[in-house]
Structure formats: C-alpha cells, structure tokens
Design a binder for this molecule. Structure first.
Ligand code: ADP
Length: 306
C-alpha cells in the first residue's frame, strides 16, 4: 500500500468540568487527508483545499507532527500529504488537532503500524504545539482514540479511554466570530478558590462515573464548569441564552467547546439533539452573527481509513 485516504474528526475539548484534560470525538464533521509514500525523501504538503493554510512543512501542524515521526524513522522514501479541510481553523472544535493526527495516523498505516496510539499522540503533540504554543493533547487524544478520553498526564503521556453511552449525541454551534487564543487565555484566573476547585473535581469525577454507568441524569448534573466558563463565556455572544434554550429543549447540559467560540451541548437521543439544534439556531437567528451547527453521535472510533 502506497497511498491512504483518511477521515480525521473534529473534537470537543474541556467538556465543561474537564478543563485541559477531558475531550470527546465527533462523527459528522472532520477533515479528509491523503497520505502517500514517495521516492522523494522528507515530508511534503502537496495540496490544501477548504481553507488557506501554509504549505511549508514546518508551518503546518500536519507537517510538524509528520516530521516528528519521520525523524525517528530510518527510511529511503518520503511522504506527501493532501489536506481537504472542513473544520474551520480557530473554531474551537480541534481543527489543528485533526491535521496533526491525520498525517501521523496515515503514515503509521502505510508503515505497517509500528507505533501505538499513545506514541502517535506524542508526535501529534509537536504539531498541535505549533498552533497553540503549548504541548497539550485534549483534542488529539479523542481524535486518535475516539470516544471520551482523559489526559491523565502529558509528561509522561498517559491517556485514559472512557466509555461512551450508546445514546449520547452532541450538538455544536459555531458562531462565526474570532476570539484570539491569547484573549481567551488572558481572561482565565491565575488562582481559584478552594471551594470552586472542590466543586469542579466533584463534577469531573461524577461525569467520568456517569459515562461509565450510562447514567444520563448524572451526566446532566455533572456538566458544570465553575472555574473557566464564568470568565470565557463573556467572550461568546448569547452564551447564556443558548445555554438556557438548550436546557429547555431537553439537553443534558452545555458548555464552551475548547477555548470557544463554539458551544457544545450533549443530549440523550438523536431526536433531542435535533431539537437542541433548533433551539440554538433560534437564539442566533435573532443576531446578525452567521453560524454553523452540527449534530453528531459520539464517534467511538476516532480517525479512520475511508
Ligand atoms: P482549533 O482550536 O480550531 O484547532 P487553533 O487556534 O488551535 O484552532 O488552531 C488554528 C491555528 O493553527 C491557526 O492559526 C492556523 O493557521 C494554524 N494551522 C497551521 N496548520 C494548520 C492546519 N493544518 N489545520 C488547522 N490549523 C492550522
């Protein structure tokens, strides 16, 4: 096999109470990529469609993660990468992570799978660091492993796979506004009150338990973020209105996806997830802001060959 086409999914990081550690994988939105073995040595990005992104290997997250893997190989061939981008960069649903993951996953398949998923995450972290200026895996891990993942530690890298209840669906709205990563970092508090920390880790622990036991009521009760959301939500127009509307429509809960501006919501069942979509839409239709909405089952496979 000399060429492979893959689907590299969008992901939701943080999931309310799991800031910087928890994430889940989406099914209905993602990038496509082609990875090809070539006689020419090195890593070359030969095609990018969808959005304007750099072709220089060192300036594109897909290239940087691919190089991190390539440097460990002793081979007399190289790889070409084509990126068909559907996930808008900066939307908060892991656009950079999808590219970082796609290149190394594709190369690994063509090489006969010498690396496991944790090792692939290590390479992808180098690419992600180009986009976010720090090494983190909260979007990479769900994109590679699928389902819900918890990044127990980055150094050494330890990723836990958390089961996903069968009937769990996500609805995500992406308002077409720009929030600079520096801005969304700047609003975060440097210190947190012990009482808030206790509430947050109680919620994170109970959310993980609820996912293991398919306890939808407990999922709903645990989807609360008392540390980050009160600050970051101020940067997202209509955030509180969207949250109120989706709960009225039957959602289990909602929160900021990654560092925003996307807002995610979780629901039991596709019907409810679609009602949640209508509710989100009705809030944003009253504004002049353009938006996209996605409804997706939780993707338990992660990145895959198509
Ligand atoms: P997201 O949270 O949606 O991944 P980020 O802000 O983390 O968005 O990453 C987007 C940034 O990474 C943009 O500045 C973009 O130009 C840069 N970038 C470089 N290569 C890629 C790529 N292949 N895909 C997406 N973004 C990329």
């Amino acid at each position: 096999m000399n060429e492979i086409k893959i689907f590299s999914p969008a992901t939701v990081a943080n999931v309310a109470c799991g800031f910087d550690v928890l994430g889940f994988c989406l099914d209905s939105v993602g990038d496509e990529m082609v990875v090809r073995k070539t006689n020419k040595k090195g890593i070359h990005i030969t095609k990018i469609e969808g959005f304007n992104l750099p072709y220089e290997t060192e300036l594109n997250v897909a290239g940087v993660s691919a190089l991190a893997m390539y440097k460990t190989l002793d081979v007399d061939f190289g790889f070409e990468i084509e990126i068909y981008k559907n996930i808008k960069p900066g939307s908060g649903i892991g656009s950079s992570a999808a590219s970082a993951v796609g290149s190394v996953y594709g190369m690994n398949e063509l090489l006969g799978k010498p690396f496991n998923k944790t090792q692939l995450t290590e390479f992808a972290i180098k690419g992600e660091a180009l986009a976010s200026k720090c090494e983190h895996a909260d979007n990479l891990a769900p994109a590679l492993f699928g389902g819900f993942t918890l990044v127990k530690s980055v150094s050494p890298l330890q990723i836990l796979e958390i089961p996903s209840p069968d009937d769990l669906y996500a609805t995500i709205i992406h308002p077409q506004i720009e929030i600079k990563t520096s801005e969304s970092r700047a609003v975060l508090p440097k210190e947190v009150a012990l009482s808030d920390a206790i509430e947050q880790w109680a919620n994170l622990g109970s959310l993980v338990h609820a996912l293991h036991t398919s306890d939808y009521n407990l999922i709903s009760n645990s989807l609360k973020d008392v540390i980050v959301e009160p600050h970051r939500s101020q940067l997202i127009p209509q955030f509180n209105e969207v949250k109120k509307a989706v709960i009225e429509a039957g959602a289990l809960g909602a929160g900021i996806s990654g560092s925003g501006p996307s807002i995610f919501s979780l629901s039991k069942g596709l019907e409810t997830a679609k009602k949640v979509k209508d509710a989100m839409q009705s809030v944003y239709l009253k504004t002049v802001i353009e938006f996209d909405i996605h409804v997706s089952k939780i993707n338990i496979d992660g990145v895959k060959i198509i």
